[in-house]
Design a binder for this molecule. Structure first.
Ligand code: SF4
Length: 112
């Protein structure tokens, strides 16, 4: 192998490593952005309060007899997101985001 070929090979290897490092750096750089965009962690039934209040992410799947058709988090007075938000904060679950289409037994219609 001539000296020229050898340095080309090293350069190819270096570029491969560099590309991999850049990809990792880019992914790490994205993390804070993703966390901001996702806002708060989504409430799940693994949360003891959510379970106690029969929270469901899809109101139409609620089996709670108190659930009335059409009642969803986004029309509940405790929902802090905008009406069209897929997820938003709820006053009853600080630090979590509830589904706009979700529901729990504490649902109270927004004052008109
Ligand atoms: Fe949804 Fe209202 Fe229950 Fe909060 S209190 S989880 S907004 S139904």
């Amino acid at each position: 192998m001539s000296h020229h070929e050898h340095s080309n090979e090293s350069r190819r290897r270096f570029l491969k490593v560099a590309a991999g490092t850049a990809a990792v750096a880019a992914a790490v750089g994205l993390l804070p952005k993703v966390a901001r965009a996702a806002d708060l962690p989504h409430l799940t039934s693994a949360d003891p309060t959510a379970a106690a209040l029969n929270y469901v992410e899809d109101a139409s799947k609620s089996t709670n007899p108190k659930h009335k058709a059409g009642d969803v988090c986004s029309n509940c007075q405790f929902f802090q997101g905008k009406p069209a938000d897929a997820f938003g904060p709820c006053q009853l679950f600080p630090g979590k985001a509830v589904a706009g289409k979700g529901w729990c037994v504490s649902h109270a219609p927004k004052a008109a």
